[in-house]
Design a protein around this ligand. Structure first.
Ligand code: FAD
Length: 497
């Protein structure tokens, strides 16, 4: 592990037995897991290079239990790491040796569906896909669709502000959440937002979405549901160069067309996905676009024609329009299987997530190819091309000495490049531990201090998910008085934990 996590508190570890007994009184039955072999499944999340068994896992079933666990931990100075389905790719749910891992998997019920007002109220452990499954019979769907949607929880989606291929048109999680119930670190239960489109006061819901489990534990979510569009058709467009594909993406958006989804894969990704999913992708192209248009039939047909025209003008070498829904879904099956497909061609891979202005795509890909040569590691590229969100997958072998470190260094270079060209460190996977130490590349000390003031307002003891997002956590009392002049912190060599 090349990242350092907060030092475990020996005084807390010495009281492990007493703490576990207290937690068992709050969540009786099988709600507390403490045996080493039972803790094993919880020691990591989707960022599997990092592992650490927690002190204990607590699996509450009610908001009252979550509140009591938090109140107890707060009073005893015990850290808490919230966990949904554990699919985070940035290590957001990575446990700490002296922390309680608070799993929300038993919060798995859809509580209410209100078709008239187009919303659903769900518990945080409900999977993303299960929301659509619950409403599809009535012709509705929940729009944000991360590739992990079969497994990831809506609570985790809220915490990470998750996105997916259909977010270009329908928005990411923050645009599709109307309200949450939140348990604060001191056990207080609050509600932010609700069933209406706007709420009085500050937009604290906006602060919570994407807060990576650092501000509170989400115990209920109210989401928008949308009527399924009358038609959806997808077109596969192959190009002889990445430049032409990137220009086509820019031209489609430039002409005012907002596809439901617009994804790009490079040659290696197309080959890996086709070998895995057998969906008929053309193999003689350098870049492949999948563009989906949806809406009323006539609008959809017209827009498909427009996209084909723009593709031809950008020297597309192949175009294929889906003839039916089965074929459209097959086009997506390859793209959605890109991660497991890449898992078959390399013992390990490291999936990056950064965002750039769309017009810089050809240049950025060229520079990533150069980095691939200099780091001596292959890279496969898939992107949410419509919104400039890159997912380069760096291929490595963890059994070869030094390759993980080289992969991480390559990944850091890619993220620095994203910031350099005017983009951002993350697209949808969050900061977690993975990008924590790169935060100063994007934010000044003053920016970070202001962000931490928000953390302090919610969790002054810094007990909720510490070691994530902020490269350094300043004590809240110190932060309140700290004056940072021109980004220069006083006494920079003093440890600030
Ligand atoms: C194969 C694969 C494909 C993926 N594709 C996508 C994609 O297309 N788009 C995308 O956005 N992401 C993607 N991801 C990443 C991941 O699925 C998302 O970040 C997802 O939102 C995490 O949800 P989870 O339930 O697994 O959360 P976890 O991994 O358990 O936790 C993630 C973070 O949320 C916090 N958290 C979890 N539940 C709560 C809660 N109830 N209250 C407060 N904090 C909480 C945790 O502390 C942690 O910081 C992918 C992951 C994999 C493995």
């Amino acid at each position: 592990m090349s990242l350092t996590m907060p030092q475990p508190d020996d005084a807390i570890l010495a009281r492990r037995g007493e703490i576990i007994a207290a937690l068992r009184r709050i969540v009786p039955g099988e709600g507390v897991i403490s045996q080493p072999h039972e803790l094993k499944p919880y020691e990591t999340d989707g960022l599997t290079a990092y592992r650490q068994p927690p002190m204990a896992v607590v699996l509450p079933e009610t908001t009252a239990q979550v509140s009591a666990v938090m109140r107890y931990c707060n009073a005893q100075g015990v850290k808490v790491v919230p966990r949904g389905a554990g699919t985070s790719l940035s290590g957001g749910a990575l446990p700490l040796a002296d922390a309680v891992l608070l799993g929300l998997s038993k919060f798995s019920r859809v509580l209410d569906v209100d078709y008239e007002n187009r919303l659903a109220v769900v518990q945080p452990g409900v999977t993303n896909l299960a929301i659509t499954r619950a409403v599809e019979e009535m012709g509705f769907f929940y729009a944000p669709d991360p590739s992990s949607q079969i497994a990831c929880s809506i609570g985790g989606n809220v915490a990470e502000n998750a996105g997916g291929v259909h977010c270009l048109k329908y928005g990411v999680t923050t645009n599709n959440v109307l309200g949450v119930e939140l348990v604060m670190m001191d056990g207080e239960i609050i509600r932010l937002g609700g069933r209406q489109l706007d709420a009085a006061g500050l937009d604290l819901l906006g602060v919570i979405v994407g807060s990576e489990g650092l501000l509170g534990v989400v115990t209920e979510v109210t989401v928008r549901i949308l009527p399924r569009p009358q038609t959806a058709r997808a077109v596969l467009i192959g190009f002889a160069s990445i430049q032409s594909a990137a220009q086509c993406v820019a031209d489609v958006i430039g002409e005012g067309i907002i596809p439901a989804a617009m994804e790009m894969m490079d040659r290696s990704a197309v080959h890996a996905a086709e070998a895995f999913a057998n969906v008929g992708y053309p193999l003689d192209v350098e870049a492949l676009l999948i563009v989906e248009l949806d809406g009323p039939l006539a609008e959809c047909d017209y827009l498909i024609g427009e996209v084909e025209r723009i593709a031809r003008a950008n020297a597309a070498v192949t175009t294929r329009v889906s003839r039916n829904d089965a074929e459209r879904l097959a086009f997506w099956a390859g793209r959605k299987a890109a991660f497991p497909a890449v898992g078959r061609i390399s013992p390990d891979y490291y999936c990056m997530d950064g965002t750039i202005p769309r017009r810089r795509l050809p240049e950025v890909l060229q520079r990533i190819a150069g980095m691939s040569a200099s780091h001596g590691l292959r890279v496969v590229n898939v992107f949410h091309a419509g919104d400039g969100n890159l997912h380069p997958m760096i291929l490595y072998d963890a059994n070869r000495a030094g390759e993980l470190e080289r992969a991480e260094s390559f990944g850091n270079d890619i993220l620095r490049l994203c910031v350099e060209v005017g983009g951002v460190l993350t697209g949808e996977h969050g900061v977690g531990v993975e990008k924590r130490d790169l935060m100063p590349v994007m934010f000044s000390e003053i920016d970070l201090a202001h962000q931490q003031r928000i953390k302090c307002a919610f969790d002054p003891g810094l007990l909720l998910n510490p070691g994530k997002v902020f490269p350094t956590l300043h004590r809240c009392a110190e932060l309140g008085r700290m004056h940072v002049h021109r980004g220069q912190v006083s006494f920079p060599d003093l440890p600030r934990l």
